[in-house]
Write a protein that binds this ligand. Structure first.
Ligand code: NAP
Length: 261
């Protein structure tokens, strides 16, 4: 349930990583605002379940397109299917991402490349595929779940690949904001703190009292609703919502408890 009122009836949004966690919460939120949806993730079963659930609950039109965002051909297929079904794309919400924790000297190079292809190129390539139509129409909004970890300097131990790629993404999106505003296209980066999801469940041995500090995925859906609620002549460039129940200098999840095997 959103605190802000947004009317997206007749609008079409692509959401990646929509089968669970933050992406699913964002998909439900946009459906509640009346948007029609194109949902993407690798696993078909959870994606289909999400599509059926949102269509039933909100009476919107939605399709699921199984997609590995690390693969350019899958992203091309996603955009082609979206345009074939809905004709145009008004909003893109890039969410699909993975976590990985390694001391860099022990990290398999393939793992770094997978992270770069998914968390960085997955966002950049999909944006590149949808913007020509948006530029031609002089309308569109690109919303990107980056990470609050980009605000932490130095990067927390074990998160060198994850956070440095998110920092690069944040820098890219900030530059894109200025290019795209000339075409009346909005670019927003979301910098959430630590959110309760499968991604953080994979962090090893997170103690119960630390789990209680994690934000709900709906906190990120709130950021999306806000980004879409501002007047046409304004755009939130970056929104950061960070965990409150921890001191700023102390990681939400202690390093000792999250070292990779
Ligand atoms: N959780 C946090 O604390 C937190 C904080 C800040 C930012 N973020 C960012 O938020 C995003 C989502 O995180 P989350 O916590 O919601 O994770 P999650 O619960 O693990 O969900 C990830 C979603 O992305 C999909 N996905 C993963 N790899 C994919 C790929 N290669 N191609 C297509 N879909 C893929 C997953 O479905 P399939 O596995 O079926 O593909 C799933 O739907 C990530 O970009 C993450 O970096 C998370």
């Amino acid at each position: 349930m959103s605190h802000v009122s947004v009317d997206l009836k007749g609008k079409v949004a692509i959401i990646t990583g929509a089968s669970r966690g933050i992406g699913r919460a964002v998909a439900a939120r946009l459906a509640s605002h009346g948007a029609n949806l194109v949902l993407a993730s690798r696993g078909k079963e959870a994606l289909d379940e999400t599509v059926h659930h949102l269509k039933d609950k909100y009476g919107i039109d939605a399709i699921g397109v199984p997609t590995d965002v690390a693969k350019l051909t899958d992203l091309q297929n996603l955009v082609n299917k979206a345009k074939a079904h809905f004709k145009q794309i008004d909003i893109l919400v890039n969410v699909a991402g993975v976590s990985s924790q390694h001391p860099f000297h022990l990290q398999p190079i393939e793992d770094f490349e997978m992270l770069a292809n998914t968390n960085y190129l997955g966002y950049v390539r999909l944006i590149r595929l949808v913007i020509p139509d948006m530029v031609a129409r002089k309308n569109g909004h690109l919303i990107n779940v980056v990470s609050g970890s980009t605000l932490v300097d130095p990067i927390p131990r074990g998160f060198l690949a994850y956070s440095s790629l998110k920092m690069g993404l944040r820098a890219f999106l900030k530059g894109l904001f200025w290019e795209m505003r000339e075409h009346n296209i909005k670019v927003t980066s979301l910098l959430p703190g630590v959110v309760a999801s499968d991604l953080t469940d994979h962090l090893k041995d997170v103690a119960q009292e630390q789990r209680e500090r994690l934000m709900d995925p709906n906190a990120v859906a709130d950021m999306v609703s806000f980004a879409l609620s501002v007047p046409a002549n304004a755009c939130p460039l970056e929104l950061a919502v960070i965990n409150q129940l921890t001191t700023w200098t102390k990681p939400v999840i202690d390093y000792q408890q999250t070292q990779a095997k």
